[in-house]
Design a protein. Structure first.
Length: 231
């Protein structure tokens, strides 16, 4: 995949895959990347949300990928954002949503956009100006056929939204080729799996620093929670 930049005041990016323009002549504008994470903290207002009390918060400025079973309440991160910041949330889904029905839309106000094709998702990401963008992956997009160039273009678009200072979460309840691609290249990947002991949580990051740890989370009644941490 070759990237061609045109000379202008802003960077304009044409994406080609196997010498073919995958956007049929469309040009997407990407914001310049900061040199390091410390500059990003200075340049933007920082936001963070909590998924679980005993793992690091999800920060703005980085792309976080999450995979979990459908019954895991990943909407914790959304509700924490809405309770803290109240507005500025964009929820992106496709033909269906597994978790949006768990959120009280009468109590919480946020924007919802649906992407029925990968190109519609690209358009939504290009237009996103929200403080938090939560993307619930629709696996039917991958099943319809998503080539490597298109996967990379979607990934770069999500990264660009994050680098502009937003909290960007990519969530999928099922692992497909596109989810594997995003999880492998994201700044942070949180993997949640069910076991007899509870939920195994693997949390890894390469940006801005490298860390990796594994936890066991045992769901208890709402008045009590425990989290065991081991090497």
């Amino acid at each position: 995949m070759s990237l061609v930049y045109e000379k202008s005041r802003t960077r304009r990016l044409n994406l080609y895959f196997r010498n073919q323009d995958i956007f049929s002549g469309r040009v997407f504008t990407f914001a310049p990347l900061t040199k390091n994470f410390s500059e990003l903290h200075i340049a933007t207002n920082m936001y963070e949300v909590e998924l679980l009390p005993s793992i690091k918060p999800i920060h703005s400025g980085v792309l976080t990928a999450i995979t979990s079973p459908t019954d895991f309440d990943v909407e914790r991160a959304i509700l924490d954002y809405l309770n803290t910041y109240r507005d500025g949330l964009l929820y992106v889904c496709g033909n269906y949503s597994l978790i949006i029905s768990r959120i009280n839309r009468l109590k919480h106000q946020f924007d919802v956009r649906r992407a029925f094709t990968a190109y519609q998702l690209l358009q939504i990401l290009e237009e996103a100006e929200h403080r938090m963008v939560f993307i619930e992956h629709d696996t039917t997009l991958s099943e319809e056929g998503m080539h490597e160039g298109l996967m990379e273009a979607l990934f770069l678009a999500m990264k660009d939204v994050a680098r502009r200072g937003s909290i960007v979460v990519f969530y999928s309840a099922r692992v497909d080729l596109f989810t594997e691609y995003v999880a492998k290249n994201a700044d942070r990947y949180i993997q949640i799996k069910e076991t007899k002991e509870g939920c195994i949580i693997r949390d890894s990051s390469t940006y801005p620093t490298v860390y990796y740890y594994r936890t066991v989370y045992k769901p208890l009644p709402s008045w009590q929670t425990t989290l065991l941490v081991f090497g």
